[in-house]
Every structure is written in structure tokens, then in C-alpha cells.
Ligand binder design. Sequence first.
Ligand code: NAD
Length: 267
Amino acid sequence: MSKLNGKVAIVTGGGGVLGGNISKSLVEDGVKVIVLDIRQENIDKRVDELKSLGDISGYTCNVLDIESLNGVKDKIMKKWGKIDILVNAAGGNLPGATLDEEQSIFDMKISDLNRVIDLNMYGSVYPCLVFGKAMAEQEYGSIINISSMATYSAITRVPGYSMAKTAINIFTQWMAMEMSLKYSDKIRVNAIAPGFFIGDQNRGVLINPDGSYTGRSLRVLAHTPMKRFGDITELNGIVKFLCSDEASFITGAVIPVDGGFSSFSGV
Ligand code: NAD
């Protein structure tokens, strides 16, 4: 039996590509997974896909709306009585906030900049505050945020996303410190920094309509020693490890899962 069997996990953005796959792997290990997503159709799809494998349910919820998050927390605490795991996978680039090859940073609309920063920064900070409070009260829990390669060095076209994900790194460290210093060493906060995986939010910039790789994809692959994109299942091992007691002395870490992208100078 898995060491995670019987734990209760919230996966924000669980209707999406990476959050969905993480949800699947947790369900397969006997975790009771609650998917939160702003899009009801994404939740329905995920619950339908996973219900034969184990305990999966979902709530529609906007991670940028504290009231919506508090409402969901109350329902979860009433039904399951605890929150062991929070994976913050809601996020991603937004069309208006991704510059075209011809645009410069001065073409970015401030409203788009704000939207992408809100989603990728506050969209993880708010769930940490709401569900982390339940963890502080129960004195245990594991939070996993999702950072990005866009925090190690500058990646063209995505300034707001890069700023927000970099904020997630320091927030992860800060929240980790706060939970251990003020509450319990059994509340751990870590992040994973995925390399390049094909998701709904980045498919358009990585894959041409005819299915071939874009120039950007080819540049990513040239900078990745493993010379390939990640398979979505390749995040599952680290997520399950960080959620488990085997990671009991690991907090505040940001762990790359990137085929070597962040280690390689490109030379
Ligand atoms: P995705 O677009 O497939 O999934 C994101 C999910 O979040 C969607 O189901 C969407 O409906 C949901 N969502 C969006 N806004 C929300 C909101 N306000 N409230 C609740 N749910 C909301 O994206 P993905 O590729 O699975 O990425 C998941 C996370 O991983 C994101 O934070 C992304 O930035 C990060 N990431 C992805 C990659 C990659 O290569 N795919 C690389 C690094 C980091």
C-alpha cells in the first residue's frame, strides 16, 4: 500500500494538463483528490476520467477569489476533516501577456501584465494562505507550488509570467520558513520548477498548426541536454516524494525537473 494512501489532497488547476496528471498519479496511490478549477467542464472531464481509479471529486473555484477559496475550504473541512496536501497547479501564460516575436516589452498592455502576474503569483499565494491556515491549525501538511524555468534566466516573450514565477520561488521559501518557525516542522512548503512540457497554455507557442515544432520549440530543445520535452508523467515522482514523510526534512526547496535545461549554459 502506498505511503500516501488515505491522505486528502487539493490540486488547483487539476482540470489542466500537469495538474490533471498529478491528480491521476495521487488517486492511483489511494489519495482522496479534490480538483479545483475555474472551468467546470475541466473538472467534469477529470472526474469522469479518474473516478474508476479511486477517490476523486472537484469544485469550481477561482484561485484569485478569497471568498471562493474559503467557501471550498469550509466544504472540504466539513466533508474530509483535514487537508494533507496542496498542489498549486492553476496558472500559466495568458495569450495577451505573451509577446509576439516582433513585439517588445513596451508593447505589453499593463492590464495583460497585471492579469498574468495575478494568476501566477496570487493564484498560488491565496490558496497557500487559505488552505495553509487549515494546515497550521492541524499542525501538518505539505504544499507544492509550481515554478518555472523562466525564473533561472530570462526567457523571451514572457516577462510577466517570469516575474510572477520568480515571486513564487521566494514566497515558497518565505512560507516554508514561517510554517516551521511559527507552527510546526510537519508543515512543509516546496516548489517544483518544470522544464518544458506541452500544456494547453503553451501549446500555441511550441507547436505549429500542422503539428511541427515552432522555432521556439527548436531553441528550447537545443538548450535541453536531454533533447526532448518532458513527459507529463515525469513530474509525478517528485510530487509524491515531496508529499511523503520521506521528505520530512525538505522545506523551502525549488526543485528543477527539466532534462538539464537549467544546468546548461548553452555552450
Ligand atoms: P493548463 O493550462 O493545462 O492548466 C491550467 C489549469 O488551471 C486549467 O485547467 C485552467 O482552467 C485552470 N485555471 C486557470 N485559471 C484559474 C483560476 N483563476 N482559478 C482556478 N483554476 C484556473 O496548464 P499546465 O501546462 O498544466 O500548467 C500547470 C502549471 O504548471 C502552471 O502554473 C504553469 O505555469 C506551470 N508550468 C507549466 C509548464 C509546461 O511546460 N506546461 C512548465 C513550467 C511550469
